[in-house]
Design a protein around this ligand. Structure first.
Ligand code: F6P
Length: 338
C-alpha cells in the first residue's frame, strides 16, 4: 500500500525576507491566534518576523520587536492582543506615514500584515498608494461588518458573550416582571445585535440597518406584553453613539408609564475573553493565508473567508462597500417573535 506523506510546501520570494505584523483599531478575541499563525507560518517559510506594538502608532514610533516561534507560545487561547493596539491619528497625516515608511525601510521589513477592521485597512490602503511596501490585511472586529468576508475574527466570541450576559439578565427580568433595554456593541453595524437577539429570543431587536424600531416595539407592547408577557428583552445595537439605549428607554417609559423598564449597556466586556474555537480556527486559517498572499506578491488586499474558503479582497472594496445585513434573518425574527 502506498504510504501517504504530508509535506509542507515551503515558498520563497526573493524580495521578501522579513515581515512585520501589527494589530490595530478595536481589539477582538482571536487577534493573538492570528499573530501566532502569521509568525509561525512566516518562520516555516524562512522569513523573519517583527512584531509592531500599538498598531500604526508603533509603526511611526518604531516600536519593533522580533517574534519567534516560542515567543508566540501560549497566546492562542488569550483574548486581547500581545502586540497591543491603538487608533492612530498621526497615521492619517502624510508626515506620519513617511516616518512609518522610513522606520520600515531602516528595519529591513519588506511587507506588513495588518490585523484589524475597516479603519485599519483604510490606513493601509492610503499607505500602499504612496509607498512600495506591500500591506496585507486580516479582518478582526467583533462587529463582523467588513465587505467581502463572511467572517471577522472576534465576532463569534463576542456573540457568545452577548448571549451569556442576556441569558442572565433574562432571569432577573422574569423575576421582577421588567422590560430590559440592552445595548450591544456595533458602531453602525447591527449584526451582533441581530444574531445575539435571535439567540436569546429577544422580543424586539433594533439595529441601524432597519428603521422599523417603533413598529417592533409597539407590536411587542400591544400583542405580546399587554396580552400575556410579563417581561421582555429589547436588544439595541449601539449605532453611532454609545448610550442610545438610555434615550430609547426613556421615551418608552414616557409612552408606557405602567412598564417597569431597566437599561443595561453591555459595553467593552464584549471585546474581551478567551476566543471561541471558531475564532481560533478562523484566525489561524487567515494568518497562514496572509503570509501566503505576501509570498505570492499580493498587496493592498485583505484575506477573508467566503463559504469557508480563503478569498482575497482588495482593500478599496473592503473599506468602501458595506457588509449588508441578511434580510432573511430580519424576516425570521419577525416571524417567530410573539
Ligand atoms: O469596532 C469595534 C467596536 O467595539 C464597536 O463595536 C464599538 O462601537 C467601538 O469599537 C468602540 O470603540 P472604543 O473601544 O474605541 O470605544
Amino acid at each position: 500500500m502506498k504510504q501517504e506523506t504530508s509535506q509542507t510546501t515551503q515558498k520563497t520570494n526573493k524580495g521578501i525576507k522579513k515581515i512585520g505584523v501589527l494589530t490595530s483599531g478595536g481589539d477582538a478575541p482571536g487577534m493573538n491566534a492570528a499573530i501566532r499563525a502569521v509568525t509561525r507560518s512566516a518562520i516555516a517559510h524562512n522569513l523573519e518576523v517583527i512584531g509592531i506594538h500599538h498598531g500604526f502608532k508603533g509603526l511611526i514610533e518604531n516600536e519593533f520587536t522580533p517574534l519567534s516561534s516560542s515567543g508566540v507560545s501560549g497566546i492562542l487561547q488569550n483574548g486581547g492582543t500581545i502586540l497591543k493596539t491603538a487608533r492612530s491619528r498621526e497615521f492619517l497625516t502624510e508626515e506620519g506615514r513617511s516616518k512609518a515608511y522610513q522606520n520600515l525601510v531602516n528595519a529591513g521589513i519588506n511587507a506588513v500584515v495588518v490585523i484589524g477592521g475597516d479603519g485599519s485597512f483604510t490606513g493601509a490602503l492610503v499607505f500602499s498608494k504612496e509607498f512600495d511596501i506591500p500591506f496585507v490585511g486580516i479582518p478582526a472586529t467583533i462587529d463582523n461588518d467588513i465587505f467581502g468576508t463572511d467572517y471577522t475574527i472576534g465576532y463569534d466570541t463576542a456573540l457568545n458573550t452577548v448571549v451569556q450576559a442576556v441569558d442572565k439578565i433574562k432571569d432577573t427580568a422574569a423575576s421582577h416582571g421588567r422590560v430590559f433595554f440592552i445595548e450591544v456593541m456595533g458602531r453602525e453595524a447591527g449584526l451582533l445585535a441581530l444574531n445575539g437577539g435571535i439567540a436569546v429570543g429577544a422580543e424586539v431587536i433594533l439595529i441601524p440597518e432597519s428603521n422599523t424600531e417603533h413598529q417592533a416595539f409597539d407590536r411587542f407592547i400591544s400583542k405580546g406584553y399587554k396580552r400575556k408577557k410579563t417581561s421582555g428583552i429589547v436588544v439595541i445595537a449601539e449605532g453611532e453613539e454609545m448610550g442610545g439605549a438610555l434615550k430609547l428607554a426613556k421615551k418608552a417609559e414616557q409612552e408606557n408609564p405602567d412598564l417597569d423598564i431597566r437599561v443595561s449597556i453591555l459595553g467593552h466586556m464584549q471585546r474581551g475573553g478567551n476566543p471561541t474555537a471558531q475564532d481560533r480556527v478562523a484566525a489561524t486559517k487567515m494568518g497562514v493565508a496572509a503570509v501566503d498572499a505576501i509570498l505570492d506578491d499580493q498587496k493592498s488586499i485583505m484575506v477573508g473567508l467566503r463559504y469557508g474558503k480563503i478569498v482575497h479582497v482588495p482593500f478599496n472594496k473592503a473599506v468602501k462597500l458595506n457588509h449588508s445585513i441578511d434580510q432573511d434573518l430580519l424576516e425570521i425574527q419577525r416571524l417567530i417573535t410573539i
